[in-house]
Design a protein around this ligand. Structure first.
Ligand code: NDP
Length: 290
């Protein structure tokens, strides 16, 4: 197992959990955070508090960045001495767009540093657990050289060389995660209007959100461009989403989400997909709404 020195820059809930995981595994951990006091508990556990970003960068070859977004990355690293950045491996676990991840990889390369982009697929409670995972992208040999150290945080899954790829896969994950979770908040808002508690909804919410069999059924069809309406028709989908919208409205609940869905479904019908499967909405969603 690796006990290489590690620097963690950014001590929000994620960076804090990461620094803690490294300390627990016996690494020499250097930390830096804009609000210095957020390092106090880690320093009490043996972390070294860098007084400056340059000191944090020079303390370890491997530098984990866990900041809010890439604006914050530039705010922190933009003032660093070029000699402190040169030769570093910047493990950028900050989430942002694929384009921004590519830009910052180029920014790092211009300064002699290498970026490994990471998309962490767990909340802080899963850091240090090999059952959690992180997508990585960037130079394979750099990933391989540091793999054991990265695996202290979560399982590490290298997906390719493009520095934007891990960011893309992470954003695809969030594209699905947020609507799914928000659909639960919506259901609970409607349920609450009828005297049902979250605990009453949970058992069938788990089943409702387990859409694996639908994903597996539609995937080969979507890849083949086949939206045959043999098991579901978009016109039925429109009626169904209308029922959801009316139920929300009748309950006095917010209707923003079902109204947005209905808009997309109706545009599918208007585009001639009424007799096709709802999977034809993929074609509608490929273009901006006009
Ligand atoms: P936070 O937004 O809480 O982390 C904030 C960190 O960024 C703090 O250290 C903060 O410093 C620093 N920061 C923000 N803006 C600046 C700035 N302009 N200059 C300097 N430092 C700045 O995020 P989390 O810790 O929750 O997450 C970190 C990253 O991990 C995010 O990109 C997030 O999307 C991603 N992520 C988070 C998950 C979660 O469950 N929390 C799950 C998976 C990924 P200060 O303390 O001084 O404010």
């Amino acid at each position: 197992p690796s006990t290489a020195p590690v620097t963690v820059i950014g001590l929000g809930p994620m960076g804090h959990a990461m620094a803690r995981a490294y300390l627990d595994r016996g690494h020499r951990v250097t930390v830096w955070n804009r609000t210095a006091s957020r390092a106090d508990a880690l320093v009490a556990r043996g972390a070294h508090r860098a007084a400056t970003v340059d000191e944090a960068l020079t303390a370890s070859r491997l530098v984990v960045l866990s900041l809010t977004d890439y604006e914050a990355v530039y705010a922190v690293l933009g003032g660093a001495d070029p000699s402190a950045l040169a030769g570093r491996v910047l493990v950028n676990l900050t989430s942002d767009t694929p384009g921004r991840a590519r830009e910052s990889a180029a920014w790092a390369a211009e300064r002699g540093a290498t970026q490994l982009t990471g998309g962490v697929l767990t909340p802080p409670s899963g850091i240090g657990d090999p059952a959690s995972s992180t997508f990585y992208s960037g130079p394979r040999e750099v990933f391989d050289a540091h793999r054991a150290t990265l695996e202290v945080l979560t399982a590490a899954d290298h997906r390719g060389e493009d520095p934007g790829l891990a960011a893309l896969l992470y954003q695809l994950n969030m594209t699905m995660f947020w609507p799914a979770l928000t659909s639960y908040w919506q259901a609970l808002a409607i349920a609450g209007a009828h005297g049902l508690k979250a605990a009453d909804v949970l058992p069938f919410a788990v089943e409702a959100l387990d859409v694996k069999r639908f994903l597996e059924f539609y995937t080969p069809r979507v890849d083949a461009g086949d939206h045959t309406g043999d098991v579901d028709r978009l016109t039925m989908g429109v009626a169904s989403v209308e029922h959801v919208l009316h139920t929300a409205a009748d309950s006095g609940a917010d209707t923003t989400l079902p109204a947005a869905l209905l808009d997309v479904f109706r545009r599918g019908v208007a585009a001639g997909h009424g007799a096709d499967s709802s999977s034809s909405l993929v074609e509608i969603l490929k273009r901006p709404a006009t």
